[in-house]
Structures are given as C-alpha cells and as structure tokens.
Design a protein around this ligand. Structure first.
Ligand code: BG6
Length: 487
C-alpha cells in the first residue's frame, strides 16, 4: 500500500468551533495514536495572525476543553498547525492557499516518501459563506481528485434554512463535488450512545421482535438543555429551535430508532433505511394542534434578541410514521433551552399486556418502558413490574439499568466524525436526500410557527417547558419528565 498523508484545511479557523471542538478532537486523535498517517492542519480565516499566535490560542482553548490535556503531546502536535490568512470571497485566496498546502505536502512527501496526499476541506464558516468557499475550491481546481489525492468536503450545520435553500446549496456543491465527496456533519451521529443504538437494536435478538406497533405504544424523544441561548442570540433569532435542533439532531435520532434493520452495516444501507423513515413521516392538520411552542422567560432580554421576538426556544411535535411497522404509533419530539436539566433521551413506551390478570389487586401498573439515555450519562433503563417480596401478591415497578459511565468519553463525537471523514467513511454523515426529507418534515411546522401566528407560550426557566406541551401528548400518554438518574 502506498504511503499517504492527510491535510485538513479548516475554513473559519479563528472561530469558536475550531478552537473548542475541532482542534481538541484532532489533538485527542493524535494523543490516542488514531491518526495512522502524518497530518497537517491549515487554518484559514480573514484575520491576519501568525502560526505561533494561532497555536497559542488553540492551546489555551484545548487546555480548557480537555481536562487531561497532555502538554508534551501538544508540543509534538502544535508544529503540524499552520495559519493562513485569506478571505473566501476572494478567488485569489484559493490559488494562494492551494500553493501553500502543496508546499507543506511536498515537504512531508519528501520527508516520508509519501505518494498519496488526501485533503479534507472543513467548512466551519458562517453558513452564508459556504457557497463562496465551495465555488473557490471548484474554480481553483482544489476539488479535483484522483486515486492518489482524495478531496472531501465537510460541512457544518445548518445545511440550508429550509428545503428550498438546502436544494440550492446542494446544487452549488454538486457543481464542484460529487455527493460521495460530501460529508454533512450532524454531531449527534458521532455520539457514543447514538452508535450504540444500532448495536442495541441490530446485534441483540431480544429487542427487534417487539420493536413494532404490536408492542410499542408510542415513542418520545427529548433533547433538553439547561443552558440559555447565551451569546448566540443573533444566530438563534434567525434559526429558532425547530431549525436548530429538530431538522437535524431530533429527526436523526428518530430515524435511527425507527429504521428497518439494514442488510449490511455500511453507509449506503444505513442511510437508505433512515431516509425511508423520514419520507414516511406524516402529521395531522391543523399543524398547530400537533405542535407546541414556547419561549423561556428572559429570552427577549438576551443580547441581540428582539424585544418582541416570537422565536421559539422550545418546541414539541407529534408525528407519525406511515410504515407497516409503525402504523398508529405516535412519535413525540421535544427540545428546549433553559430547561430543568440537560438530558437527551429516547423513551420506547411499550403497551400494557393484552389481559391484565393482576388488575383486581389495584394499584397503578406501568407498562414496560425502555429509556435510552444519550447524554449526559449514557446508558439504558428497562422498567418492568415485579412482585414485592412477602406473602401478599403486591406488584411494584422496578428497573434494570445499564450505565456506560466511565466506559466512554462523552465528548468524543467530533473526534469520531473527523476520523471517519479522514478515512472516507460517510456512514455517520447525512446524505443529501436525508437532509431534504428532514426539511420536508420541518418546513411546514416552521411556516406555521412563523407565518401562522401559532402561540408561543412563555415558560419559566428550569422547568419542563410550557404547560401547553402536555396537550399534544395527553390524555393517551404523558411526557416522561425525568432528569438523568444514571450516574
Ligand atoms: C447544536 C445547536 O447543533 O447542538 C445548539 O446549534 C445546541 O443550539 C447543541 O446547544 C447541542 O449539542 P449537545 O451535543 O450539547 O447536545
């Protein structure tokens, strides 16, 4: 096999994402010796800055982001980081950048006798600048690849702000890159427990036979954060929770929880099955009856937020999936900022047994429930009924708990995804048709929220959102409001 190297070019090098997530993730891979080939990182941004200053800034934020920051490993890693100042709106930037990257690659090529030089172009830019960056990469010939030089484009969310703009963005990207060169990031897909969901469902015999409408009453997926929008007011005003959390993270979780078992565990098979679920999503009209919107008290006082803003910071939706497996199984999704705790969880609520022989004993019998806790503490809990020890036939709810606790690192999503992008595995990235299918679901809700005057109920911080969110789930079910108890 030919010797190879990788160059990661990060556009948006002076931004938050680069400092807080991307560089710490690359560094973690370096420390763990997961990077099998020499790596060069070139950060591109408008602000003029020396390599030394950029490295110093990155070291500071990596130290903050990584409790076990390894100083001596950083001294070996830092010389691989280079800063390049340029504006993606200026075509000349790309010609200079290509020469700059080629020089670095040449040096490594000579030093290690390398034949293959792959590049990742990582867009960590403001979304409105994606098109210029892609056009520049195309016009300068930087997107052209061959067997000894793979070129991949990694794009951060948001991918468009509705179906129309996502299609337009795809057109511009596909004019330069083939779809198999494009890696659309949804960092939830890199989370350990999300990946474990594939294993839970498709490597075990016990769950799959009951994973359907005969046994499951409904599914609820919650992604709550205790933090407010903080310094991201300006961004949030243009996005709102439906675009920020539902179109991507929540629908991806839903697709993985509800997809058919794929024939193989490869990118195409997995993504084909996910997209089938997304395409089968339906909702009842009127939409505002299937949706509850909220805004935390104090949101309008945040920096860069309009004093009369109607932007929702909380939403709950009721959907259904028109597939044999899921007919009449409602799916409830909700997400909010400034909630009582940070918890991302999938609840699979099973039905009651068909004949309740213990009902005459009285008491409240809860049907089985499988809770898959994605974060912050990863694990699963299966609730079931048991007999209370003693002479009487008394039942109580109990739980089987499996916690991944210290077995995983909770912030490894970016490292995992970067490694996959470097090695050319797109399984955990969203394909163009998935993104479109997700916008097709979310667009009508966004339109109802923005144009239809759907009520946006204020809710107090540190709770579970507006009372109104109960309307879409009750009386047939209830929200499972529980902060993670897996520790
Ligand atoms: C991002 C959203 O995609 O996900 C943020 O833009 C949100 O608003 C974040 O806070 C949540 O990610 P995580 O990994 O902390 O759950």
């Amino acid at each position: 096999m030919e010797k190879s190297m990788k160059t990661v070019l990060i556009f948006g090098a002076s931004g938050d994402l680069t400092a807080r997530k991307l560089i710490p993730a690359l560094f973690a891979l370096f420390v763990a010796e997961k990077l099998r080939e020499p790596l060069t990182v070139i950060g591109v941004s408008r602000t003029p800055m020396s390599d030394a200053l950029w490295r110093r800034r990155l070291a500071e934020s990596a130290r903050r982001a990584m409790p076990d920051f390894d100083e001596s490993a950083w001294r070996r890693f830092a010389p691989r980081l280079f800063y390049f100042s340029g504006d993606v709106d200026d075509f000349e930037t790309f010609r200079r950048l290509d020469r700059f990257a080629a020089n670095e690659e040449d040096r490594e090529r000579k030093r290690y006798g390398i034949e293959k030089t792959d590049r990742i172009y990582y867009l960590a830019l403001a979304p409105e600048r994606y098109v210029s960056a892609v056009a520049g990469l195309g016009a300068s010939g930087m997107a052209r690849q061959n067997a000894l030089a793979h070129r991949r484009l990694v794009i951060e969310k948001p991918f468009g702000r509705d179906l129309f703009s996502a299609r337009k963005l795809d057109e511009r990207i596909h004019a330069v890159f083939d779809e198999d060169q494009v890696y659309r990031i949804d960092h939830y897909l890199g989370k350990e427990t999300v990946n474990n969901l594939f294993v839970l469902r498709f490597a075990n015999t016990v769950f799959e036979p009951i994973w359907n409408r005969s046994y499951i009453d409904h599914i609820q997926i919650t992604a709550n954060e205790s933090e407010t929008v903080g310094r991201r007011g300006a961004f949030y005003e243009t996005a709102g929770v439906l675009r920020d959390m539902f179109q991507n993270h929540l629908l991806q979780l839903m697709a993985i929880a509800m997809m058919e078992p794929p024939g193989r565990f490869d990118a195409k098979s997995v993504r084909d099955e996910k997209v089938k679920v997304l395409r089968a999503v339906r909702w009842e009209e009127p939409l505002d009856g299937q949706m509850s919107l909220g805004q935390y008290e104090g949101y309008r006082d945040e920096k860069n937020v309009a004093p009369d803003s109607r932007v929702p910071t909380f939403a709950a939706l009721k959907l259904s999936v028109d597939l044999w497996r899921w007919k009449d199984v409602p799916v409830y999704l909700r997400s909010g900022k400034a909630m009582s705790c940070r918890t991302t969880q999938i609840v699979i609520q099973f039905k009651q047994p068909p004949h309740l022989i213990f009902e005459p004993l009285g008491g409240r019998f809860e049907a089985n429930r499988l809770l898959i806790q994605i974060q912050p503490c990863e694990g699963i809990r299966l609730s079931f009924l048991v007999k209370i020890p003693g002479t009487e036939m008394q039942l109580q709810n109990d739980e089987l708990v499996y916690a991944f606790d210290d077995k995983i690192s909770s912030d490894g999503a970016y490292a995992r995804l970067l490694l996959d992008a470097l090695s050319g595995d797109p399984s955990l990235f969203a394909r163009d048709d998935e993104i479109r299918a997700a916008w097709e679901i979310i667009d009508p809700f966004v339109r109802t929220a923005e144009e239809g005057n759907a009520p946006v109920s204020p809710y107090p911080k540190s709770g579970w959102g507006p009372q109104r969110s109960r309307k879409i789930i009750e009386p047939t079910a209830r929200w499972f409001d529980l902060c993670p108890i897996l520790k």
